[in-house]
Ligand binder design. Structure first.
Ligand code: ATP
Ligand code: MG
Length: 660
């Protein structure tokens, strides 16, 4: 390790395992190794092919990329395309109308399935209803719905008429909803009476009423889906969905919108500060979302059952629930509830029931399942699963191996094992990137626990030092994207200066993602956490992710979050917050054991100065750890903006454990 090095991040971990795909998987794989070569040889040609292959255009484009107004890109210039037509009508026209598009599983156990023909009709009705409420191309529609089919129907109906949807996660407060309504000047709000949470009705409508209770907003109508049947307060803006939408005509002709017409605005999850309203447009976004959905997950639309567990309130739920699976003509699952209701096997019950073949979820969920114990998934038949995905944070090698051994190897009840486990694809991307940027190809890449590995074909990712120079293998630095990509954001809504400052000012001509990364000896990329979170301990730049992974690998620890706290002698000191997995033996000094473990595992420099055992960690609503709040606590400061925190009581509990 270098004595003092401020331009890179020290390389701590020593993962050497890798798992090549089985010969059988390779034989049937959709994505081939030649795709990398084709994309490298002619990047723009590659994307132009993808655009023409994956989408049906009403007018072909005349130019693949216009970068003359960098950093705002125009992709597939002059092309006209309708997202909803591509997700729906064209599959029906191709004779696939009877294929199931969505199997909806309600939290109380009610179910609904929509074929492509039925979903197309539902979206046409919604498009007609929205238009008769005065919504036109370019208008903004705020969507505040639970995970029910109407959420997807609403998004696609907006896309169909060219209205711009702004989905606000249903768990957000009235204030968060109002600020997003105001920021986008939304004309219509689509919501529901409520949803179900842990077996009980849970209201949504009151938050909309509260959000709109003070004047000065732009909303003209509120459409209300009847979901949980609870009584709701009724205002002059409100209309029932079943009265306005389900009675509308099922005839609606989609017209092509400009490739660069805005498709949606979506706010980032707020782990690093005030959420940003990210703008995505149509042709490029749909091209990259559909290409990555097919290649990263090895999608065989005629036989796969795809399940992405993300809420439509996040970008993952936009790209890999509302858009790509339908563009690709796949059958997917949509589930309304939480993994623990009515029992901790609910997800595995769903996998077994529908024969899910591709599961896409987040490390926070996997770590939770680890905490609950493997006997739960072991008692279900998960033999249908053949590809497993991860997104949202780095997946610790420990959690990756558990995902593989427990979920990916399950071959039926009673612990039967598969000879060839399902490959795991760790996908790195952001709200800003629109679709996968770094991810293995499951039939090509030998996958490594904890690494996202390699840019997807057609994407140029690099790891650079402070001066913007590529680092050598074995070194860490800043993750950047060197060339414009189709799914890239086109700006921050209402704040183009912030767009340029945030992403384009750190390194000349490169997009700066805000994440730290390293290249291992094979050149594979490992995500190391936010660069703002990188700690500087006695001149060593240490990654939060690597120390967290080491802690999680100890049998005592279920989850860990690491931050650097100012320290007079070392610059910063490593402070770890851990949730225990098991009750340690009598008389055991947990803190000493864990410090020694990290010291042995990665080196004395990485030993946490303080380890705090806490009951919970502060997470965003999308399940990401909010380290900046823990840093505030560790440095004895007032806790910063916590508006996107899932559970407000967590920080109080942590402050209390701190005082003890
Ligand atoms: P904000 O930008 O408001 O702070 P956010 O960055 O958490 O919020 P998202 O766009 O939802 O909002 O998340 C993108 C970030 O999530 C990435 O920049 C990265 O830090 C992290 N991330 C996503 N996928 C992975 C992954 N596979 N491995 C490591 N980190 C990941
Ligand atoms: Mg971000």
């Amino acid at each position: 390790m270098p004595e003092s090095n401020t331009s890179t991040i020290d390389n701590l971990s020593h993962e050497t395992r890798s798992f090549a795909p089985s010969a059988e998987f390779v034989a049937h794989a959709i994505a081939k190794p030649e795709q990398y070569e084709a994309a490298t040889a002619d990047r723009l040609g590659y994307w132009a092919d993808q655009a023409r292959k994956n989408l049906t255009w009403d007018a072909d484009f005349t130019e693949t990329l216009d970068w003359s107004e960098a950093p705002v890109a125009k992709w597939f210039v002059g092309g006209k395309v309708n997202a909803a037509y591509n997700a729906l009508d064209r599959h029906v026209e191709a004779g696939l109308g009877d294929r199931v598009a969505i199997h909806f599983e309600g939290e109380p156990g009610d179910t609904r399935s929509y074929t492509y023909a039925q979903l197309t009709e539902a979206v046409k009705q919604a498009a007609n209803a929205f238009e008769s409420l005065g919504v036109a191309k370019g208008d903004r529609v705020a969507v505040y719905l639970p995970m029910i089919p109407e959420a997807v129907i609403t998004m696609l109906a907006c896309a169909r008429i060219g209205a711009i949807h702004s989905v606000v996660f249903g768990g957000f407060s009235a204030d968060a909803l109002r600020s997003r309504i105001d920021d986008g000047e939304a004309k219509l709000v689509v919501t529901a009476d409520g949803t179900f949470r842990r077996g009980k009705p849970s209201a949504l409508k009151p938050a909309v009423d509260e959000a709109l209770s003070t004047p000065g907003h732009t909303v003209e109508n509120v459409l209300v889906v009847k979901r949980n049947g609870e009584d709701v307060n009724w205002t002059s803006l409100d209309k029932w969905w079943h009265e306005a939408v389900e009675t509308a005509s099922t005839e609606h002709t989609a017209v092509g919108h400009d490739s660069e017409h805005p498709l949606f605005v979506l706010y980032t999850s707020g782990t690093t500060g005030k959420p940003k309203g990210i703008i995505h447009t149509t042709g490029g976004y749909l091209t990259q979302a559909s290409a990555t959905h097919r290649d990263t997950f090895d999608l065989h639309p005629e036989s796969d059952v795809f399940w992405c567990t993300a809420d439509v309130g996040w970008v993952t739920g936009h790209s890999y629930v509302a858009y790509a699976p339908l563009i690709n003509g796949a059958t997917q699952i949509m589930y309304e509830g939480t993994p623990d209701s009515p029992h901790q096997g609910r997800w595995w019950e769903i996998v077994e029931k529908y024969g899910v073949t591709i599961l896409y979820t987040a490390p926070t969920a996997i770590r939770t399942f680890m905490k609950w114990g493997r006997s739960i998934p072991d008692s279900y038949d998960l033999s249908s699963l053949r590809v497993l995905g991860s997104v949202g944070e780095s997946i610790n090698p420990e959690a990756w191996m558990w995902y593989r051994d427990v979920i990916g190897t399950n071959n039926g009840k009673n612990g039967e094992r598969k000879e060839h486990p399902a490959p795991i694809v760790d996908t790195w991307w952001q709200t800003e990137t629109g679709a996968h940027m770094i991810a293995p190809l499951p039939g090509v890449t030998a996958t490594k626990p904890g690494s996202a590995q390699t840019p997807v074909p057609g994407i140029t990712v690099d790891v650079v030092d402070e001066m913007g120079v590529s680092v050598a293998n074995g070194e860490g630095g800043f993750l950047v994207i060197r060339d414009p990509w189709p799914g890239m954001l086109r700006g921050i809504w209402g704040d183009m200066d912030r767009y340029k400052d945030t992403y384009w000012s750190r390194f000349e001509g490169m997009y700066f993602a805000g994440d730290g990364a390293k290249r291992d000896e094979d050149g594979d990329i490992w995500l190391l956490g936010r660069v703002d979170d990188v700690m500087n301990v006695s001149g060593h730049r240490l990654s939060t992710t690597e120390i967290e992974s080491s802690l999680v690998a100890h049998p005592y620890v279920a989850e860990a979050a690491v931050v650097g706290a100012k320290d007079e002698t070392t610059g910063e000191a490593v402070v770890a917050f851990v949730i225990l997995q098991i009750e340690p033996p009598e008389g055991e000094d947990v803190v000493a054991t864990l410090r020694a473990h990290v010291g042995k595992d990665i080196g004395p420099i990485a030993k946490p100065r303080h380890i705090l055992v806490v009951p919970e960690l502060p997470k965003t609503r999308s399940g990401k750890i909010m380290r900046r709040l823990l840093k505030d606590v560790a440095e004895g400061r007032e806790v910063g903006d916590a508006t996107t925190l899932a559970d407000n009581t967590v920080m109080t509990q942590i402050a209390e454990s701190m005082r003890k």
